[in-house]
Design a protein. Structure first.
Length: 379
């Protein structure tokens, strides 16, 4: 199948969850034999390496260049779809997008709306208030127009999709590249390079350091454990690089996606300390597909996170990881301390985590599910 994948708010290659998602989905669909043309934002990046010769990366711009005006790229997307002979369109949903879905509607070809952030607004949110102030609610009308026009939708949870579109919505989670992220990537030389003491248990936080990611909870837990010389904290992401100032650890700063498998495998415990109160949209449900958790698990790390669905389904208590009270650094410190002292438990949890993510939460599994939906709507 010739698939036009529209993700023009994303830059590839990149280090954000969105850019990684687009890269892995394009490569995964190509690996399944499809021809993929991925439409992404042109910011002067170097071209991506083609996967099996089946992916072409189309970088486009629009004016004004701000992503609020992304819908103005629709004529370019339509020209690309016609020239490519697209048989299906996938669009990564963004509030001010729609160029892929509307192109598919115009050309009468199947379309799939990939929903990773809410298509509905929680009560009292800034977007809802702005929409109400405009009286005719143009933002909501546009979102619902896209949901209605799409042949099908995929989403991590149903609650972020309008009720009228839920019957055609398929639950699909993100994943990890289980070939790249693997316990086999663990290397003593990498630990030395990162500054991890030889016999220390390395505790990892990776991500973009947004408030709801809970890095503040992680850092406070680290401060509470600074007297433990058997524990060392590693923070990958963010704008700061260098030794930690008030706990035993290191800030690595922003890293390229390609370097993360070795960094992750060099650690022993992975922490995902989400603080959902810091993002109003999460009141709809935990829609944030946890890329860091999948990568921890694929690398054979024992995982610590909060007891909130669907995290409790991905990481099963006492099987792949342990839970701590949300936004409670004291409880997180307690769990880290206990896990650091029990090498056998870490090993058991890590082995189970690797098995589970390979079986259920790889990018290959994700793309298999996406392909099933595409074939259904194209039939």
């Amino acid at each position: 199948m010739k698939i036009l994948y529209v993700a023009t708010d994303q830059v590839v290659p990149g280090s954000t969850g969105g850019s990684i998602h687009v890269l892995e989905v394009a490569r995964g669909l190509a690996a399944r034999g499809h021809e993929v043309q991925a439409v992404i934002h042109d910011v002067g990046a170097s071209p991506c390496e083609e996967a099996e010769g089946r992916i072409s990366w189309r970088r486009i711009r629009w004016t004004p260049e701000h992503r609020f005006f992304r819908l103005r790229a629709r004529p370019q997307v339509e020209r690309l779809a016609r020239a490519f002979g697209a048989e299906a369109v996938i669009e990564r949903y963004y509030n001010f997008g729609g160029e892929g879905i509307l192109t598919a509607e115009r050309l009468a070809i199947p379309s799939l709306l990939e929903v990773n952030s809410p298509l509905v607004d929680p009560k009292g949110s800034a977007k809802a208030l702005l929409d109400a102030a405009l009286l005719v609610r143009p933002l909501r009308r546009h979102r619902e127009r896209l949901a209605g026009a799409a042949s099908a939708l995929i989403s991590p949870i149903l609650q972020i999709v309008p009720e009228f579109a839920r019957e055609k919505t398929h639950i699909v989670t993100w994943g990890a590249n289980v070939d790249s992220f693997s316990p086999a990537k663990r290397d003593d030389a990498t630990r030395v390079r990162l500054g991890i003491p030889r016999d220390a248990v390395a505790v990892l936080f990776s991500g973009s350091f947004r408030p709801w990611h809970g890095v503040h909870v992680f850092e406070e837990a680290a401060r509470r454990l600074r007297a433990r010389d058997d524990i060392f904290f590693v923070l990958a992401g963010g704008s700061v690089a260098g030794p930690a100032q008030d706990f035993r650890g290191v800030h690595l700063g922003k890293l390229a996606y390609e370097s993360m498998p070795e960094v992750t495998a060099a650690c022993d415990i992975g922490v995902a300390p989400y603080d959902t109160a810091r993002l109003r949209e999460l009141s709809l449900g935990f829609f944030w597909s946890p890329l860091k958790i999948f990568e921890y698990m694929a690398s054979g790390l024992a995982t610590l996170t909060i007891p909130r669905a669907p995290l409790t389904e991905i990481v099963r208590a006492d099987q792949e990881g342990l839970f701590f009270r949300e936004a409670d650094p004291s409880d997180l410190a307690r769990q880290i301390g206990g896990l650091a002292a029990d090498a056998g438990l870490r090993r058991r949890l890590g082995d189970s985590a690797r098995t589970r993510v390979v079986e259920r939460y790889s990018w290959a599994k994700h793309c298999e599910q996406v392909e099933t939906v595409l074939k259904r709507i194209a039939a």
